[in-house]
Write a protein that binds this ligand. Structure first.
Ligand SMILES: [Zn+2]
Length: 393
């Protein structure tokens, strides 16, 4: 296998070849005739590039196939193992990684613990080590076959300088050159995006919900983030900060939030908020996994915590639905471990707030804590094969 990254770099300079490759990539397996129809180029041109792509090792030719449109035509298939991308999500706390092949097959996923207080350079080192580990253990040569990496971060991204800037929960993440450091150490193109944008992409691509053009994805963990897709486009905003649902106000007289405002959603429905409430009621200090396990087991205090938290989450969701008109609201994070009780409680609160008449589907994500990492891997792949990644994301 030759150097795929070099081939991709060349291809980005040849629009026709790239368009033909992307067509095969999207269809998975197709005939030269179908590519011809889709792209509107002459047969000799299409065949010339398909043969080149086969020589490059990016597609496989299967000879004459079933008649399509009445004529037999040569069949080409994407070579899944030709290229890979790695997605990383800095969930603060915790890093998740996903390795995806060029057909968007999920090869591997893993999670690494981090400490929020640790210096950014150490977290960056953990990202680097994790990317090496997930590729090495799957025998994917990082230098040759990983065409791009994308990292989801909870920080502000200063595009002019490509530096990360702090958020209230990460005050020491100031002027962090994460992209430059990772590109220097790994020698791979690295894209940095805000976490929730990648999560909603992950949910759309890998969540099994089909082709949804209007969706919000709400991620409940240490903070509460939201990614929004409207009319097929992932919303971004002036500071790339669309979807800061955790800091929308659900009770103006409520306790002061880490951001300085009163009564933000995060104060009531984030993991730390639920853990704190459980401790107030029982005197027991347990982690979120234990809490959600007790919810599933029917421990009354744990279920009371969920009842309260879902009331506030429902207020936020009602407002979000009125604003963005989604077909589906997907909730992800460790909270899904709480099972049917959590979802039923949330739906009951929403019905109580008259949401049901809107016909919006509210469901859990099946991706657990990996929506962000999977979305990042998908974003990296699309960016590598699209000279204008903004158009597709
Ligand atoms: Zn706040």
């Amino acid at each position: 296998m030759s150097d795929v990254r070099g081939l991709v770099e060349q291809m980005r300079g040849n629009r026709t070849k790239l368009a033909i490759f992307n067509t095969v990539r999207q269809l998975g397996r197709t005939t030269a005739l179908d590519v011809e129809f889709r792209i509107g180029l002459s047969r000799p041109t299409v065949l010339k590039y398909l043969e080149q792509l086969a020589d490059d090792g990016l597609v496989i030719e299967h000879g004459e196939g079933e008649p399509s449109g009445g004529r037999p035509s040569r069949v080409f298939e994407i070579r899944s193992s030709a290229a890979f991308s790695v997605g990383v999500d800095f969930g603060a706390p915790g890093l998740t990684f996903a390795l995806v092949d060029v057909s968007k097959g999920v090869i591997d996923k893993m999670e690494v613990e981090t400490d929020l207080e640790e210096p950014p350079s150490l977290t960056a080192k953990r990202m680097e080590d994790g990317i090496r580990q997930i590729t090495l253990r799957n025998e994917v040569e990082l230098e040759e076959r990983v065409i791009a990496v994308a990292v989801g971060v909870p920080c502000y991204i200063e595009r002019e300088t490509e530096l990360l800037q702090p958020i209230p929960r990460l005050p020491h993440w100031e002027n962090v050159p994460l992209k430059a450091v990772l590109e220097r150490e790994l020698e791979v193109p690295v894209y940095i995006e805000t976490g929730p944008r990648l999560m909603v992409i992950g949910e759309r691509e890998f969540g099994g919900g089909g082709d949804v053009r209007n969706m919000v994805y709400i991620h409940v963990r240490e903070g509460i983030g939201m990614g929004v897709i409207v009319d097929g486009r992932v919303l971004k905003g002036s500071k790339e900060d669309v979807g800061e649902i955790g800091h929308t106000v659900v009770w103006p007289q409520g306790p002061v939030c880490i951001c300085g405002r009163r009564g933000c959603l995060e104060v009531f429905a984030s993991e730390p908020a639920m853990v704190r409430r459980m401790e107030e009621m029982t005197g027991r200090r347990i982690g979120p996994h234990q809490l959600f396990s007790e919810v599933r087991d029917g421990v009354p205090e744990a279920r009371k915590v969920i009842e309260e938290a879902m009331y506030y989450l429902a207020i936020a969701i009602v407002n979000v639905v009125e604003l963005f008109d989604p077909e589906v609201v997907v909730v992800g994070g460790n909270i899904v471990q709480g099972g049917e009780f959590v979802l039923r409680t949330l739906r009951e609160k929403l019905e109580g707030m008259k949401l049901d008449h809107r016909g919006v589907e509210v469901r859990f994500s099946s991706l657990g804590v990996y929506a962000g990492a999977l979305g990042a891997a998908s974003f990296a792949m699309e960016s590598a094969f699209n000279p204008f990644p903004e158009a597709s994301a």
